[in-house]
Design a protein around this ligand. Structure first.
Ligand code: FE2
Length: 311
């Protein structure tokens, strides 16, 4: 079967009707966007001679993605999160904001309300004695190099199995999640464990889509951050640890060169003692530069549904 009906007046009129253009009420922007989206899908059905079997198979897959709550996982896999970042980058390039730490995707696994500490905290509960101790530290500065005293630093990462607390109910509440208020020098410091990378569950709906594209669903070991302070643009970012097989092959496209950090193994007994540790550890240093802004909206993270946000 190879018929082409998309350009006919009947189909074009039908798209206008389906999009509610002939109806009062509703939302004008939604109508415009739905009209564009539906037009593109109708056209591709025509162009690719999509069969009813293929169409209903896709509808079923959408339902599976929704039931598995994997919309927020498939989105970065299809590059949407990175694309939104690129758009924000381009906007700032136009405004000539330079020399700041790059943003990168938030991902779907942030949980609001982690306990607040001043300057330092421990993120792990000590139950994992096998993983390497991670000493995660850095300084928040402005574009002039001045420390941003009292900056709020939110950190979250996976455990050694690649799982996140809250989404993995076997972990304690807010395990490997924290909020640190940086000291007068803009410094923050957290003791934790080196996280593991992780992958999309084999056979899950997201995995099915990636397999159709001949792609894997693996992420390298990484650590998520939000940085904020009054007078500065909110920064959503993450670091990928160097040396992971997926550091430069992240299915979620979060890797940016400036955000690849090499951990430094420290075995010096004096360094171990000053941190009150029992043995060698890996220090991970992540200094950031925030751009100034007076726009209160840019000082906040953008709104999106998040676990326990506004709870
Ligand atoms: Fe993550």
């Amino acid at each position: 079967m190879s018929v082409k009906i998309y350009d006919t007046a009947e189909v074009q009129d039908f798209l206008v009707t389906v999009s509610g253009f002939d109806k009062e009420g509703g939302d004008e922007r939604a109508k415009q966007i739905l009209h564009r989206l539906l037009s593109s899908v109708y056209q591709l059905i025509d162009d690719f001679d999509v069969t009813p079997e293929e169409f209903w198979g896709a509808v079923h897959l959408f339902n599976e993605i929704g039931s598995a709550k994997q919309g927020g996982l498939l989105a970065p896999g299809l590059g949407f999160d990175h694309y939104l970042d690129l758009r924000m980058d381009a906007e700032e390039a136009q405004a000539e904001v330079e020399g700041t730490t790059p943003r990168t995707i938030e991902g779907p696994l942030y949980v609001a309300g982690a306990p607040v500490s001043q300057g330092y905290t421990r993120m792990d509960d000590g139950s994992d004695m096998q993983s390497e101790v991670m000493w995660l530290t850095g300084q928040v500065r402005d574009t002039e190099g001045k420390p941003v005293a009292g900056a709020q630093v939110e950190i979250w990462h996976a455990d050694a199995q690649g799982n996140y607390s809250f989404f993995d109910p076997s972990q304690p509440e807010y395990h490997l999640r924290c909020t640190i208020i940086a000291d007068d020098e803009g410094r923050y410091c957290a003791r934790s464990i080196i996280p593991s990378g992780y992958g999309v569950t084999e056979g899950s709906p997201t995995d099915q889509v990636l397999k159709l594209l001949g792609r894997h669903g693996q992420r390298p070991a990484h650590i998520h951050f939000f940085f904020s302070a009054p007078g500065y643009r909110h920064l959503t970012t993450q670091i990928n640890l160097a040396g992971d097989p997926y550091t430069y092959d992240d299915f979620a496209y979060a890797t940016r060169d400036e955000l690849v950090v090499e951990g430094r193994r420290i075995e010096d007994t004096k360094d171990i003692a000053t941190r009150d540790l029992d043995g060698p550890f890996t220090e991970v240093v992540f200094d950031v530069v925030l751009p100034a802004t007076q726009d209160p909206e840019l000082q906040q993270r953008h709104k999106r549904p998040r676990a326990l946000e506004n709870a």
